[in-house]
Design a protein around this ligand. Structure first.
Ligand code: WTA
Length: 658
């Protein structure tokens, strides 16, 4: 494991003085590191009091809870938070704000085409959510049913999330970049009864045939009763009544109020599929109260949310970042959230900064890949835009290299904003390691310190022993349960236990490598399992391998993640072909991955080879492939277990020549 950042001299940045100047910025909720430490200590020593208090402060309960946390800790995965409590997620996100502040903007929709934006107030959002909720109810959707959402970044997607939540139905959002095969698998696994989609999507000036993809997917989904289609572009798309229904025709039948279905704290709120070590994606299940509390509290403190802020997160609603920090976190706090449909470079690499200036965004949240890309385009694209509204600029999804961090801080933040490098996962539900903008001195590349209630530990990956003290390096685990942690893998609790709770008894295991430096700062190193991170998209090598093997010509495949300056990692694949298939074109294999998973998972390179390095028991030695591709063929390490050493020079030659 790398110790790059351990002992070299990294500059520490104090909280920008502007943030602490009450004439220029609202007073941060936590405005000194001592205050963080004090609250943090309480949250760890007395989680019942800390979480009990914040749950009452930040959420509206239709029926109060009596106990805060019950369960066996991390042994059986039976943790329950606020178990007697009852509430409704859409009431918490919409109604309570619509009641006191109806005209406040909830969503600013910035469409793909520049110049096309729309403000939606809390009272409008409430009416929209209610109409759709009744529509779904009329179609037979009730508490506990699963609804698939395959939508572009339009406000109606947010309405779809919240309408499901209003009925106690479980939303299962599938990122609209997934292929029809991937969508089909996710619908089947969740037994979704309905899909909500659009005629088409627009992104970066290109059209995405959303409805067509859904049509292909649902051919093999007998549980699907209806497809509800929102009109985004108005193009002619295939439509087959009575299965297919137009969103606009259905919702106008219904009155714009629908009472919320009050659910138990531990009732499921949503499923979100994510990649793991095996070929099959996992349906990570989040429950209502704990998840909402995690989203609300982290949003409030990490983005130091204040009443008049305009907050913009550039992620896609199809990933966890979009769930928690475009939708739930901001709306739970009664905030204004920007929904950005486009890309950082459409129509020019100024787009983000135009949007920041236009809407006077105060907190801006994006991924390191986008920062690296825009840095490459140069400062001119940033310079001419008024970014003075910004206070906090965030990063998420992958490790941020110090060069990109510094550029973000200096050029985008003009040294007047705190950079919050936020570490978390689909499974953690909300941010778990992060600076607090008014309190934490930051170091470029470090996610700094744990959020309230998170007790991180560094374990020795081989012995499982805790490595105490500073200057530690190992794998990252968490010692205590926290409210927004995933409760299970849908219909597969064993897999939940095996992946997260069993690898190190008594801990939640993140799958990431980590270091803790001399000052106690955490440095996330990246995954230690078979998960790779391409532009912040989490991919499983096993999943890509399975996709390749589905191709009739492929005999065996091995996929590895390779370091890439722009995307963090990229996918390289090795494949052997079946007899008489030598003529297979590499392009076909790339297409195969696009078809089975989606374009974002496409390998950058595929090497067709005669054989793969294997152990005597037939296991593919991906470690060797990684070394060869990264030009470290002279450091292959222990080769005593390899069964076919003669393949190595052939592979080296192949990689060199392609
Ligand atoms: C990685 C995204 C370094 C990490 C919210 C984690 C990060 C995986 C950071 C989860 C960060 C996320 N620094 N690495 N600030 N944030 N990661 O489930 O490897 O899509 O395990 O959730 O992204 O990806 P996921």
């Amino acid at each position: 494991m790398s110790t790059d950042h351990m002992n070299i001299d990294i500059h520490t940045y104090q909280v920008p003085s502007r943030l602490l100047d009450s004439k220029k910025c609202p007073k941060p909720h936590i405005d000194a590191i001592e205050k963080y430490k004090q609250l943090y200590e309480e949250s760890i020593k007395d989680p019942q009091t800390f979480w009990g208090r914040t749950a009452k402060e930040l959420l509206h309960w239709h029926k109060p809870f009596e106990t805060v946390l019950t369960g066996s800790g991390f042994e059986y995965g039976d943790v329950a938070w606020f178990r007697e409590g009852e509430l409704n997620a859409s009431y918490n996100c919409v109604d309570r704000h619509a009641l006191v502040n109806p005209k406040k903007t909830a969503i600013i929709y910035e469409a793909d085409e520049p110049g096309n934006s729309r403000h939606i107030t809390y009272e409008e959002l409430l009416r929209d959510v209610c109409r759709l909720a009744i529509t779904l109810k009329e179609l037979g959707i009730k508490k506990g049913d699963t609804v698939a959402i395959y939508m572009p970044m339009v406000p109606e997607a947010v309405v779809a999330f919240l309408a499901c939540a209003r009925l106690g139905a479980v939303h299962s959002v599938v990122f609209a970049g997934f292929s029809s095969d991937a969508l089909r698998d996710r619908i089947q696994d969740a037994s979704s009864r309905l899909v909500i989609t659009s005629d088409e999507g627009m992104r970066g000036g290109k059209t995405i045939s959303t409805k067509k993809i859904v049509d292909d997917a649902v051919k093999d989904c007998p549980t699907i009763e209806h497809v509800l289609v929102f009109r985004r572009t108005g193009s002619d798309v295939p439509f087959s009544a009575p299965r297919d229904l137009w969103w606009h025709e259905e919702i106008e039948k219904h009155r714009p109020y629908c009472p919320p279905e009050i659910v138990n704290a531990e009732d499921p709120l949503f499923l979100l599929y994510t990649s793991g070590s095996t070929g099959k994606p996992k349906g990570v299940l989040h429950t209502t109260a704990g998840y909402l509390l995690g989203a609300a509290i982290t949003f409030k403190y990490v983005f130091d949310y204040h009443e008049n802020d305009i907050y913009g997160c550039m992620a896609d609603i199809g990933w966890i970042t979009g769930h928690t920090y475009i939708i739930y976190g901001p709306l739970l706090n009664g905030g204004t959230t920007v929904l950005f449909e486009s890309t950082p470079v459409y129509p020019t690499p100024s787009r983000y900064w135009e949007v920041v200036a236009k809407h006077k965004i105060t907190q801006f949240y994006t991924a390191p890949t986008a920062i690296r890309l825009l840095r490459r385009y140069g400062n001119d694209y940033v310079k001419d835009h008024d970014l003075s509204s910004l206070r906090i600029i965030g990063s998420v999804g992958e490790p941020i290299n110090p060069e990109a961090w510094e550029w973000y801080y200096e050029v985008v933040g003009r040294k007047e904003c705190t950079v919050v490098d936020t570490y978390w996962q689909t499974e953690t539900g909300s941010i778990i390691i992060t600076p607090l903008p008014g309190a934490t001195a930051t170091k470029p590349g470090s996610a700094t310190f744990p959020f309230f209630g998170i007790d991180p530990v560094i374990l020795d990956p081989t012995t499982g022993e805790e490595i105490k003290g500073n200057n530690a390096e190992g794998v990252l685990a968490v010692r205590q349960p926290w409210p927004s942690m995933a409760r299970t893998v849908y219909k597969n609790h064993h897999r939940y236990l095996d992946t997260y709770l069993k690898p190190f008894k008594g801990y939640y295991f993140t799958g990431d490598g980590v270091g803790r430096d001399n000052d106690g700062y955490y440095w996330i190193r990246g995954r230690v399992d078979d998960v790779i991170n391409v532009s912040g998209h989490r991919l499983s090598t096993a999943e890509i391998e399975s996709a390749l093997i589905l191709h009739h010509a492929v005999a065996e495949a091995a996929v590895i993640g390779v370091a890439d300056e722009l995307t963090g990692q990229c996918v390289h694949a090795f494949a052997t072909l079946k007899p008489n298939e030598e003529k297979t074109d590499v392009k076909d294999l790339i297409l195969q991955v696009r078809k089975v998973i989606g374009p974002f998972a496409a390998p950058r390179k595929i090497y067709i080879v005669n054989d793969l390095p294997k152990t005597r028991s037939g296991k593919i030695m991906r470690r060797i492939l990684r070394k060869i591709v990264s030009g470290e063929a002279d450091q292959l390490g222990d080769l005593s277990t390899i069964n076919n050493p003669s393949i190595i020079p052939v592979l080296i030659e192949k990689v060199k020549s392609s």
